[in-house]
Each structure stands twice: as C-alpha cells, then as structure tokens.
Design a protein around this ligand. Structure first.
Ligand code: IMP
Ligand code: MG
Length: 171
C-alpha cells in the first residue's frame, strides 16, 4: 500500500471543520462542565485542535482501546488505558479519530455507561458508515467518508503517518 500524494481532506479544510464542531459543542454544553475523554492514540491530534476551540469548563481524560492490527479488524477490543476520575454524574464527551465497524467505540462508550455518566456523547473526525458492524451513533462528525483506508492527522497504518496535517488515502 502507498500513500496518496494529494490529500483526501486538506489540512485547512480539517481546521475549519474542527472549529465548527467546537462551536456546536460550546453551544450544546453551555452552562455545563464537561469531561473530554480522548481515545488514544488516533484521537490525539483531533482532540488537541478541538480542545483549543472549546470555551466550556472541562477536564481531560484518556482511554486506549485496541482492535486493529494493520488495517484489518481483529474483532476483540482490549482496553489498555482508562479514565482516572470517576465518570458518575459527569457529562462525558468522547473524542475519537474514526468510527469504522463501531466495535472499539462501543467498548469505549460502555466505560461511561457502566460508570453511570449523566450524559454521553461521541465526537469523531471521520465516519465510515458503510463499515458499521455494531450500531453506534456519533453526535458530532467531522467528515463522512467511503470505505477507504486513510491515514494522517492522528490516523496510522502500522503506526506510521500519524503526524501528517491532512488526511490521505492508502491505496
Ligand atoms: P472500529 O472498532 O472498527 O470502529 O475501529 C476503530 C479504530 O480502527 C479506529 O480508532 C482506528 O484506530 C482504526 N481504523 C479504522 N479505520 C481506519 C482507517 O481508515 N485508517 C486508520 N485507522 C483506522
Ligand atoms: Mg490504528
């Protein structure tokens, strides 16, 4: 597989969309306090930009779930990092790079469900609805894409290309 030279989504397009998502989140959570849970590793770059667009009081947590080996889903999801603070009664917003089959996300959302969070929402940069195997709905979606393997802006192929400022297709 090789990296497409021309980005699928350009860096400035991403930045503009992230600011829009930030404004929607600011409006939706006005007057409330938020716990932002970043889904590592892929959500890192997206979350870093999104956080700087937020003006609601928030605290930051991380989760790490692994379901992917290379570019094929393994099915089983392993939780490797969990939030440090109790999520009971909190307004929790998960920030993830991509919603694909939904297996990772479903496992991650369960952390907040089991903890009895006051509300749970999901913000993803990319959504691949055609790949869904588990019913998961994202409340905030940056871009909806087709069934293509993409890298950049946090997303990897075998741990590479996360640092790219744009989204590229691996072809
Ligand atoms: P899911 O459990 O199938 O929804 O997989 C979600 C995870 O798979 C994401 O958090 C990514 O780490 C990875 N993933 C899915 N699609 C892609 C892709 O196109 N590029 C890079 N990683 C992907
Ligand atoms: Mg990955």
């Amino acid at each position: 597989m090789r990296l497409s030279e021309r980005p699928l989504i350009a860096a400035d397009t991403i930045q503009a969309r992230v600011r829009e998502l930030g404004e929607r989140i600011n409006a939706d959570y006005a007057g409330r306090e938020l716990v932002v849970v970043v889904v590592l590793k892929g959500g890192l770059l997206f979350a870093a930009d999104l956080l700087r667009a937020l003006r609601v009081p928030l605290s930051l947590e991380y989760v790490r779930a692994k379901s992917y080996d290379g570019d094929s889903s393994q099915g089983a999801v392993e939780l490797k990092v969990l939030p440090e603070q109790p999520l009971a009664g909190k307004h929790v917003l998960f920030v993830e790079d991509i919603l694909d089959t939904g297996r990772t996300t479903a496992a991650v959302l369960e952390i907040a469900q089991q903890a009895n969070a006051a509300s749970i929402r999901l913000c993803v940069l990319l959504d691949k609805p055609s790949r869904r195997a588990t019913p998961v709905h994202a409340d905030y979606v940056g871009f909806t894409i087709g069934d293509r393997f993409v890298v950049g802006y946090g997303l990897d192929h075998n741990e590479r290309h996360r640092e790219l400022p744009a989204i590229h297709v691996m072809e």
